[in-house]
Design a protein around this ligand. Structure first.
Ligand code: UDP
Ligand code: MN
Length: 588
């Protein structure tokens, strides 16, 4: 007797056969969509070793990666063009912009390999590189809870624009991100979609802040040059080679590309023309700012450069800090970073002053361009909600700024006392060991355009009315825009920024950013308007200080306080001898 199951054997066999055929057809289709990225997708590395065998077709990670890729629209935003979303996508994008200052929705629809415009000066295209002889680079990209697609695009962009002959490796440093997308999915993506030898990942157990995250990357880097990038960058063709070539020529030059703007909302890549770019400056409040290339620097270039000045390495008094290249040996020799700096901020000015004062240079390399997404606010909070930028800047100033630290404290009286900034002894020892020059030397030689509110002045400090207890005051108005000069009860303690004005030897009444002008109207009195100063102090309006009166040269009118109270705007009126309300004492 046949066993019972024999009775249904043949129909079952047929069923199994059908299922097998189905699986076969299905795997074929799946394989198609998981083929390694083709040339047209942008990854054109000659020695790419993409480990497709690691792809686990049915794993949730693979499905997530495929879903991400399916969201992307080929060609969208190519050449750095702006993209406007519609409908629900637009709404979602705007919501993201509100919460993380970046349109993550849009980023997810752009290919990881979208192209950037060649924004370089055409002269750059005539320069050739002997890549075999250039030093190699480790590109260190640190990230803390960056949008996944933006980070992945940054990695692709580096691979698409840097030649593997000179690109030794990309090192990703995860500064303790809590966003789970940046864990297994990222690892899986890198392992299955990118050349195996190209990207290394370092994961910090806890968030250590960007300074120590960069240090962690630098410690494992094996390239001869360290190139640091933020996790939201897209590079322009041949951006890396000019940096490496300059370091080969000048080992102690620390280099920055021209940093172009990628709009956080529509992802437009803006280069602002290739002729005009800016270099780094700083404000006495301890913040980095952008300044035009000084005339003095253009003259130096005309004398020193072998190439046309437009594409010549351009000295920069400071650097923004996120994107730069430095010889790896020199990075350690010159004191890497102040490891006790936490969170975000201040490290860029610290490194800038240190490099210049200790014998190096900071240069913008015009033929190297990289786009960076500038966000309107930090999408993350700071460790223990502390003002790490402020604290780090105090550490910097205590080591590098000598007596000029007082100008910083004047802007930030809150940081002068009662703030624990830790011990800076070992950084001072470093300064001695490297026999670095002082801050006065730096200002005179590297940044002579910088306005020093206490240097070469007829007077500086508070401008006190002899007729009342009122002082000139900016009334906390934005100094980057024109504003009316005000009056306010004189501060009793140290003079702080809002009441600190200077009268320069060439007769300009000003503070750091704004210069006093007179706004003419139909009849006197006229308002005194503080307007952004001309770069050349000589071109600002002039004032004369005589027997306590402040007389505006062009109109012949004097600053008058009569009838005015605290919070009012100050005026100029017809000068009258021996009128107390027109007399001012300058004290500090
Ligand atoms: N970052 C980090 N740890 C932090 C804060 C920031 O690793 O605690 C990373 C961040 O992801 C980015 C880089 O440091 O890649 C610079 O930060 P961000 O872009 O926010 O600074 P910004 O460009 O606004 O100066
Ligand atoms: Mn950034």
């Amino acid at each position: 007797m046949l066993p019972r199951y024999r009775r249904s054997f043949y129909p079952r066999l047929a069923l199994i056969a059908i299922v097998l055929v189905c699986i076969l057809i299905f795997t074929k289709t799946i394989n198609k969509s998981t083929d390694p990225p083709s040339e047209s997708e942008g990854l054109s590395l000659s020695n790419a070793v993409v480990d497709v065998s690691l792809r686990k077709k049915w794993s949730p990670l693979e499905r997530m990666v495929l879903a991400d890729l399916a969201k992307q629209r080929p060609g969208l935003g190519d050449d750095g063009k702006s993209v406007i979303l519609e409908g629900e996508e637009k709404v979602r994008g705007e919501a993201k912009l509100q919460t993380i200052a970046l349109n993550e929705e849009l980023s997810e629809h752009l290919s990881y390999n979208r192209t950037t415009p060649d924004a370089r000066n055409p002269l750059c295209r005539t320069i050739t590189f002997d890549r075999a002889s250039l030093p190699t680079a480790s590109v260190v990209i640190i990230f803390y809870n960056e949008p996944y697609s933006v980070l992945v695009r940054t990695v692709h962009s580096v691979l698409n624009t840097a030649d593997r002959q000179v690109l030794k490796e990309i090192i990703l440093v995860d500064d303790g991100s809590s966003n789970v997308e940046l864990h297994e999915k990222l690892d899986y993506y890198l392992a299955t979609r990118l050349p195996q030898d190209a990207v290394k990942t370092v994961r910090l157990k806890n968030r250590l802040g960007l300074i120590r995250a960069r240090l962690a990357g630098a410690r494992i880097a094996r390239g001869e040059v360290l190139v640091f990038l933020d996790a939201h960058c897209e590079c322009v063709v041949d951006w890396l080679e000019p940096l490496l070539a300059r370091i080969q020529e000048s080992r102690t030059s620390v280099l920055v590309p021209i940093i172009d703007v990628i709009d956080a909302k529509d992802f437009q890549y803006s280069a602002n023309g290739y002729q005009h770019f800016q270099v780094g400056g700083f404000s006495w409040n301890g913040h980095f700012d952008w300044i035009d290339v000084p005339k003095r620097e253009r003259e130096r270039q005309r004398q020193d450069c072998k190439v046309p000045t437009e594409i010549c390495p351009t000295y920069s008094p400071t650097m923004a800090g996120g994107l730069f290249a430095i010889s790896r040996d020199y990075f350690w020799e010159i004191g890497s970073y102040d490891e006790q700096m936490d969170g975000w901020g201040g490290e860029n000015l610290e490194m800038s002053f240190r490099i210049w004062q200790c014998g190096g240079t900071i240069e913008t390399i015009p033929c190297s361009r990289v786009g960076h997404i500038f966000r309107d606010f930090h999408p993350y909070s700071f460790p223990d909600d502390r003002d790490t930028h402020g604290i780090n800047t105090v550490r910097m100033a205590l080591v590098w700024m000598d007596d000029y630290i007082e100008l910083f404290y004047m802007n930030r009286p809150d940081l002068k006392n009662n703030v624990d900034v830790g011990d800076v002894t070992h950084r001072r020892i470093l300064r001695n060991k490297l026999k670095c020059k002082n801050f006065d030397w730096y200002l005179k030689n590297i940044y002579p355009e910088k306005f020093i509110p206490t240097k070469d002045m007829i007077g500086y400090g508070r401008f006190v009315s002899l007729a009342s207890d009122l002082c000139f005051d900016d009334l906390q108005q934005n100094n980057e825009e024109p504003y009316n000069l005000g009056l306010y009860t004189c501060q009793k303690s140290d003079v702080t920024k809002s009441q600190f004005f200077s009268l320069t030897r060439d007769g300009v009444l000003r503070n750091e950013l704004s210069c006093a002008t007179v706004q003419r109207s139909s009849s006197t009195p006229f308002l005194v308007v503080m307007a952004p100063c001309q770069a050349n102090n000589k071109h600002n309006e002039k004032w004369e200080y005589f027997r306590g009166q402040l007389r505006h040269i062009d109109t012949g009118l004097c600053i008058e306080q009569k009838g005015l109270r605290s919070h009012d705007f100050v005026v100029v009126d017809v000068c009258e001898d021996d009128t107390l309300s027109q007399k001012w004492r300058i004290e500090h």
